[in-house]
Write a protein that binds this ligand. Structure first.
Ligand code: FAD
Ligand code: DHB
Length: 390
């Protein structure tokens, strides 16, 4: 099989990249190891930055999002039984975010790709990336029990944290920056209207809790739990009681409903530099991971592929590889800002198991600073609603 851009992975990064290239008249093939149902139902992110919303609209994938997504103009920080609302538009010159699940973004992009895009092969597992430094890189893959190979001008590894593309970088070139956290998130979906109309980020001595949503009738809730926790250790009743305690404040009640999904997400910060080796590019989780507090993972993936598509189109139209050469450095500037923000939000809101009383006081001081300084609040609002693409 031959194509211009071989894309490994049909998560948000790979699917959006294929769509951006299709609209620019550049052909691509997407190889996805899992089946369609798995990709469409994997529970993950839920918050889209303004720039992500704009990118989806620009490729014609915004219609259902605009009908069913929920525009959010702020979040609530809850600590010491206090409530503080951060107003995004007022602090950022009009920016907001959209609640629209990653599952739905993937469904919309898959439907468009199958209708009018290039080949998207499910159950097609890339085995390696070969010849990244030559002018015809190759991706051997296994599809329906048969081995084949994709020969391309460029290969893009959009294959997530556990994909194969990153492994094709020579060890002498790769630099990894990493941090793991001693806690994880137990996430649930509940068939009950959200108990608040905006997201609530709560710091409590017993641990962090987050109230989010997927629609006006489905709540998404998270609890900080020790790293390595098995979701089945938590009964539905224990989850609701713990959520209730961590969100507690006067005059507010957490509504309960049937839980339809339960899973544990580990927390990690990870950056692989550089994001390009010869004709191989990395995008999204294949290159970087953030802890989920602040909802940056999916949005970073979108930023990467918008930058890469622009560079590939520039090369096609002008013959200049300048933007491709700048790809890694351009993305990494934004990636590190998101790493910083996600780390700050995570360490401000999660009491660490080995945390001291000093650490707890500092967390409270950081929250009080945001609640009392417009500059500190604006800093959070700007980062939350998204750093602009260069
Ligand atoms: P992915 O979505 O991981 O897609 C990679 C794709 O590549 C997958 O479909 C995979 O099957 C495929 N693949 C892998 N290897 C191969 C191969 N060898 N051959 C072919 N295909 C391959 N972010 C937030 O902002 N908020 C959240 O609440 C949040 N929750 C998360 C919960 C979990 C459990 C996880 C793992 C992540 C979460 N994230 C969250 C992060 C966010 O979902 C990711 O940043 C986002 O999915 C990145 O998109 P991506 O396309 O780069 O990678
Ligand atoms: C969601 C996830 C996040 O990491 C976050 O900060 C906010 C919302 C969510 O899944 O809805």
């Amino acid at each position: 099989m031959r194509t211009t851009v071989g894309i490994i992975g049909a998560g948000p990064a790979g699917l959006l990249l294929a769509r951006l290239l299709h609209r620019a008249g550049i052909d691509s093939v997407v190889l996805e190891g899992r089946d369609r149902a798995y990709v469409e139902h994997r529970q993950r992110a839920g918050i889209l930055e303004q720039g992500t919303v704009d990118a989806l609209r620009a490729v014609g994938a915004g219609a259902r999002m605009d009908r069913e997504g929920l525009r959010h103009d702020g979040i609530e920080l809850r600590f010491d039984r206090r409530r503080h609302r951060v107003d995004f538009p007022g602090l950022t010159g009009g920016r907001s975010v959209m609640v629209y699940a990653q599952t739905e973004v993937c469904k919309d992009l898959i439907a468009l790709q199958l209708k009018e895009g290039g080949p998207l092969l499910f159950g097609a597992e890339a085995l390696a990336v070969e010849g990244a430094c030559g002018d015809r890189p190759r991706v051997p893959f296994r599809h329906q029990g048969r081995e084949d190979a994709l020969v391309c001008d460029y290969v893009v590894g959009c294959d997530g944290f556990r994909g194969v593309a990153r492994g094709a970088f020579p060890a002498a070139l790769s630099r990894v920056f990493e941090r793991t956290y001693p806690y994880a998130w137990l996430g649930v979906l509940a068939d009950v209207a959200p108990s608040h109309d905006e997201l609530v980020y709560a710091r409590h001595e017993r641990g962090f809790a987050l109230l989010s949503m997927r629609s006006t009738s489905v709540s998404r809730l998270y609890l900080q739990v020790p790293a390595g926790t098995d979701a089945e250790e938590w009964s539905d009743d224990a989850i609701w009681s713990e959520l209730q305690r961590r969100f507690e404040t006067d005059g507010w009640r957490l509504e309960r409903g049937p839980l339809t999904h339960k899973s544990v997400t580990p927390m990690r910060s990870f950056v692989h530099e550089p994001m390009r080796h010869g004709r191989l590019f990395l995008a999204g989780d294949a290159a970087h991971i953030v802890p989920p507090t602040g909802a940056k993972g999916l949005n970073l993936a979108v930023g990467d592929v918008v930058t890469l598509a622009r560079a590939l189109v520039h090369e096609k139209e002008t013959g200049s590889a300048d933007l491709l050469d700048a790809y890694s450095a351009t993305c990494l500037r934004r990636v590190w800002q998101a790493e910083r923000f996600s780390y700050d939000m995570t360490t401000m809101l999660h009491p660490a198991p080995d945390g001291t009383p000093f650490d707890a006081r500092l967390q409270r001081a950081r929250l009080e600073r945001i609640a009392s300084s417009r500059a500190a609040e604006a800093d959070l609002a700007e980062a939350y609603t998204g750093f602009p693409l260069e």
